[in-house]
Design a protein around this ligand. Structure first.
Ligand code: PNS
Length: 162
């Protein structure tokens, strides 16, 4: 069975993440969406809230081979615990490459047998990030079409409370 982890902060989950997740779900037998539980990044949404949002997306899109989970510590240790041989990352633009290259080099050093598979974002999503979503919502912008519809209300209400 081919198992992968799609790790990230997902603070919050966007349609760019959804696109990558659907590609991974088509390619692998089982996909764990690993929400990083790391307070050092000062996330707005708690790990539990992010896992709940991803579960709503999984249900709404009928992604039966996807499991939302959270982890802390090293990503490769988490991957080993759940017997995942692959990591999934999305690449939006050349600016992502430097960061991803660094992460990949470190993960490879720590666990050479675990490989990373990259999916290019759709051009229409190349500008999209969780940070920009949080920023524009704070100024009252409508984020319909930028996050999955099934979690739009939840995200907007929660960010408006900030
Ligand atoms: O969505 P993000 O914030 O770009 O995801 C970053 C993530 C979760 C992939 C990365 O921070 C991570 O793997 N953190 C866990 C700690 C770790 O394993 N670090 C070694 C790789 S640099």
């Amino acid at each position: 069975m081919k198992i992968c982890v799609y790790p990230g902060s997902f603070d919050p989950f966007t349609i760019g993440h959804l696109d990558v997740l659907m590609s991974a779900a088509n390619l692998f037998d089982r996909v764990y969406v690993g929400v990083l539980n790391n307070t050092a990044k000062n996330p707005v949404f708690t790990p539990g809230e992010r896992v709940d949002m991803i579960n709503t997306v999984i249900e709404s899109y009928g992604l039966r081979n996807v499991i939302a989970d959270q982890f802390d510590g090293l990503l490769v240790d988490y991957a080993k615990r759940i017997h995942a041989g692959y990591l999934i990352r999305g690449l939006r633009a050349i600016t992502d490459f430097e960061y991803e290259f660094q992460i990949d080099a470190m993960n490879h050093h720590l666990a050479p047998d675990i490989k990373t598979v990259y999916f290019m974002s759709l051009p229409a999503h190349s500008f999209l990030s969780s940070s920009t979503i949080k920023e524009v919502v704070s100024f009252g912008a409508d984020i319909k079409g930028l996050v999955p519809d099934c979690i739009l209300k939840n995200i907007t209400e929660r960010l408006n409370k900030q």
